[in-house]
Write a protein that binds this ligand. Structure first.
Ligand SMILES: [Zn+2]
Length: 439
């Protein structure tokens, strides 16, 4: 570290989230060219080190940014529109009609801006999104500066931006071609809504497109009992076995929810190295069930956490998701030792990055990784006293303690304020769009 650094974060309580790594009580993180080039104790930092910008983390905890591996960002506009309903009723009688009537480029763009603001301010630096008119979500994320995997929605119904379903896979191809290589932070993908809303030929063509272009295929899988029954009666197979019969299950198919799986299906997903995204709060709110996260982790499966969209959560705060995951599995197993704090935190952050094939880039504070870093202000009553930072991050933090956020070494939040977005303007735009939705 002889050269002048771009950013030096100093005097902080550092959690690298590397396996078995102990917290560093008073440490530093050195950043140059958007990359972490050193992490350690202040006592090991040479006095002559200079930086263009120094961030004092004196009363702060410094850790990797959070990974939200599943959401539909524009749905922030539908937050609280319809609650307390079963998924089928919620989707068919409320969400699908609202989307058909109101989703346009403006809604997708401003809804995504609001989502990006909410996620950054609660510590998420990497997100996986899937929706329609995804170009406008991509534009919003590009301007906001988050790291994002973005999926153009594919469904066998007329959809916003793709009124003719026979063109849905072609639209996904155009999206991928437009966004591949645009930014180091953005990765396009294909987002098939589900096995029950896409035909077998749509599913197979989407996977072929994903393989050909080297991107993820995202898909909701085994979310409800109804889905399993419907797929069994139509195809004679459960949704998971059905996707396997079509050759869709591999290390680049991001399977979201995975609640209704038998042991054999779980073994199959593990054998195929399928990355799984579990969305505890959305699953609880829609009473879809409980994905067997502890069993998945025990099998060594790659698992990430996601919030799902704001219409079924109803926030995009990943700290809430981490806490919910820990608590619900303790309650379900009647065993308080299930998913201890350090395990669920590591699973969500460094494990989340691994599920997205981003280990070595994000998810840990490691020399050579991208500088995706958050600082939490520890001067809050809910964080006093502190014996164990892992415990606080899972059981006591609300997310509002996040004071500073860096993605790729760029400061996107400083002293609790967004530096790349005008939050007042975003909220006003969304308020106006919501007025049309409500009438
Ligand atoms: Zn979803």
């Amino acid at each position: 570290m002889n050269q002048e650094l771009d950013i030096l974060i100093k005097d902080g309580l550092i959690l690298t989230l590397e396996p078995e790594a102990a917290p560093i009580a008073r440490g530093y993180v050195a950043i140059s060219g958007g990359i972490i080039i050193g992490v350690g104790s202040m006592s090991d930092l040479k006095e002559e080190v200079r930086a263009k910008k120094t961030i004092s983390a004196d009363a702060s905890l410094v850790m990797p940014g959070l990974v939200n591996a599943h959401t539909h960002s524009p749905m922030t506009v539908f937050r609280g529109l319809a609650d307390d309903l079963p998924l089928d009723t919620w989707l068919n009688e409320h969400i699908f009609p609202a989307e058909a009537a109101h989703v346009n480029e403006e809604l997708v763009y401003w809804g995504t801006k609001l989502a990006a603001a909410e996620m950054l301010l609660s510590g998420t630096t990497c997100v996986v999104d899937g929706y329609f008119l995804e170009d406008h979500a991509a534009r919003a994320f590009h301007e906001a500066g988050l790291r994002a995997v973005l999926g153009q929605g594919v469904i066998d119904f007329p959809a916003p931006g793709v009124p003719d379903p026979s063109k849905n896979v072609a639209a996904a191809r155009e999206f991928i071609e437009r966004w591949q290589g645009v930014s180091d932070l953005l990765t396009p993908s294909v987002f098939c809504h589900s096995p029950y809303t896409c035909s077998s030929s749509t599913l197979v063509s989407s996977k072929e497109l994903a393989r050909e272009t080297g991107v993820f295929l995202q898909i909701h899988l085994a979310e409800t009992v109804n889905e399993v029954q419907q797929m069994k009666s139509e195809n004679g197979l459960t949704p998971t076995r059905y996707l396997d019969s079509l050759g869709l299950l591999d290390e680049s198919t991001l399977a979201v929810h995975c609640i209704h799986l038998d042991d054999e299906e779980m073994d199959l997903l593990a054998e195929r190295n399928v990355p799984i995204v579990v969305c505890p709060e959305s699953n609880m709110k829609l009473a879809s069930g409980l994905a067997r996260l502890p069993d998945m982790l025990q099998r060594g499966m790659r698992v990430a956490l996601g919030t799902d969209g704001a219409a079924s959560n109803n926030d995009l705060n990943l700290f809430g998701e981490i806490r919910s995951a820990a608590l619900m599995h303790k309650a379900a197993s009647k065993d308080p030792t299930t998913l201890p704090a350090a395990q669920i935190l590591m699973a969500a952050v460094s494990g989340g990055a691994r599920a997205l094939n981003l280990a070595g880039q994000t998810g840990t504070l490691t020399t050579g990784c991208e500088a995706d870093i958050i600082l939490l202000d520890l001067n809050h009553p809910n964080l006093k006293p502190m014996y164990n930072p892992f415990s606080h991050l899972v059981y006591a933090v609300s997310g509002h303690e996040v004071s500073t956020v860096l993605v790729g070494g760029k400061i996107l939040v400083e002293n609790g304020r967004l530096s790349t977005m005008n939050l007042d303007e975003i909220m006003e735009r969304v308020r106006k769009i919501a007025k049309r939705v409500k009438t």
